[in-house]
Design a protein around this ligand. Structure first.
Ligand code: SPQ
Length: 427
């Protein structure tokens, strides 16, 4: 476990190109692996989570070459996937676990899926139950709810599934299984979750239908290899967007950031709080909108964040909590129970760590309430193995009165390996 000392800064200024989008990087590798032909990926995120995806599909017999942010996947279609002689280790990655389960559910061989301590606690029944209903044989602790999981796929039929949660991982796993199942597969969710799967499957030649919050595919379907350009990850940009808004004397530009509407809740929050944020050079690359974002220090007001906005900013809530400690008035975050089943219980972890720094924050059943503005003090905090908590604490450290010590910063490598280099470039 590595620790890092972060000290108050006088201002953050400059331009940063954040690493590639994690969700899109995972999907590009997986879809390339089941497609026919050579898929090339530029701007890939070489973080630990996406490297776990590469390693699992290599074990499944797919030839994949990776050099920094460039990846080539030599797909041989669905039949190119072969029974692995080793256990498939997903590391810390929920996306790898759940989307890969959707793919394995239709493959007529046996697989064993394992991950780290955090993955072993995350609920998988949300995907294994519907996949079992489609005909896959999946078992594991808690009747297939927890890793290690054993999967014997094949012979699956389509399903009309009403998901109780707005989750892109649930939606994607079922749709991927649907591509190799008989008949129609349809997923309806309470609110629209991120739609990278729908966009990228379409680019790979899949026919799918979208209506309100329902997505449908008809099996069987094949994918055609593509070139994928991965935009910068707005979830990584969020740390510097918040830093730019709350650290005095700051102006930060983040280039080439993905601004897919299903991910831009953080932009709405910053605008609603009164931040000075500008979007420039908007364009569309590979079905995904991108832009350069510039943010400067501003006076902020507390707001309520709830309902359909939650899936559009779910991963940004740890750093939004830091933002809210500097906003005037009360910020209420609700309808965010999903935070409890992330890399950590992000309601408890965020609240407990921010309290150690003197923040006025309390946990609720489905979110948190933050009163601001408060001057944060120094102290010792920890990531608890959760990348987003580690980075949120580092941003808190930039405005704290005394230094803060963050334990477990190695977790940040999951999604933003050069996070501290970028932070130092701005000081
Ligand atoms: O991959 P993992 O570990 O689940 O990562 C997280 C994150 O913070 O990076 C969540 F802990 O992001 C998820 C996100 O919360 C990535 C994701 C995706 O790529 O489909 C979707 C969201 O999860 P969910 O459960 O709402 O579908």
């Amino acid at each position: 476990m590595t620790k890092k000392v972060v000290e108050r800064v006088q201002g953050l200024n400059g331009t940063i190109k954040v690493p590639g989008d994690k969700s899109i990087s995972h999907r590009a590798v997986m879809f390339g692996a089941i497609a026919n032909g050579k898929t090339t990926i530029e701007g890939f995120l070489p973080g630990d989570d996406c490297l776990s995806t590469i390693s699992c599909f290599q074990k499944l017999g797919v030839h994949i070459e990776q050099n920094e942010d460039e990846v080539t996947v030599y797909g041989n279609g669905w039949e190119g996937l072969k029974e692995a002689s080793e256990i498939l280790d997903v590391g810390n990655s929920g996306t790898t676990t759940r989307l890969m389960l959707g793919i394995l559910a239709t493959r007529p061989f046996h697989s064993v899926v394992i991950g780290d301590e955090s993955i072993a606690k995350r609920p998988m029944a949300r995907v294994t139950d519907p996949l079992k209903q489609m005909g896959a044989k999946i078992d594991g602790r808690g009747e297939g709810n927890f890793t290690p999981l054993s999967v014997r796929g094949g012979g699956t039929n389509g399903i009309l599934y009403n998901s109780p949660v707005a989750s892109a991982q649930v939606k994607s796993a079922i749709l991927l299984a649907g591509l190799q199942s008989n008949g129609l597969t349809s997923v309806t969710e309470p609110y629209k979750s991120r739609d990278h799967t729908e966009r990228m499957l379409t680019a790979f030649g899949v026919e799918l239908e979208e209506k309100n919050t329902t997505v449908s595919v008809r099996g069987p379907q094949m994918l055609k290899a593509q070139h994928v350009t991965v935009p910068g990850d707005i979830s990584s940009a969020a740390f510097f967007l918040v830093a730019g808004a709350i650290v005095e004397n700051s102006t930060i530009t983040l280039t080439n950031v993905g601004i897919n509407d299903t991910r831009t809740g953080i932009i709405d929050v910053l605008n609603n709080m009164g931040a000075r944020l500008q979007l420039k050079n908007e364009k569309v690359v590979n079905e995904e909108k991108i832009a350069d974002l510039t943010i400067s220090t501003s006076k902020l007001s507390g707001i309520e964040i709830s309902g359909e906005m939650i899936p559009r900013l779910i991963d940004e809530i740890p750093v939004i909590a830091v933002l809210a400690t500097q906003a005037n008035g009360t910020t209420i975050i609700k309808d965010a129970e999903e935070l409890k089943v992330k890399e950590t219980n992000r309601i408890d972890t965020v609240v407990n760590q921010l309290k150690k720094l003197g923040a006025n924050v309390e946990a609720t059943e489905d979110g948190m309430i933050i009163q601001g503005p408060t001057k944060l003090t120094g102290g010792e905090v920890a990531s608890f193995g959760d990348h987003r908590i580690g980075m949120a604490m580092a941003i808190a450290g930039c405005i704290a009165n005394e230094e803060i010590v963050i334990h477990g910063v190695d977790a940040i490598d999951v999604s933003y390996p050069n996070f501290f280099e970028h932070l130092n470039e701005l000081i």
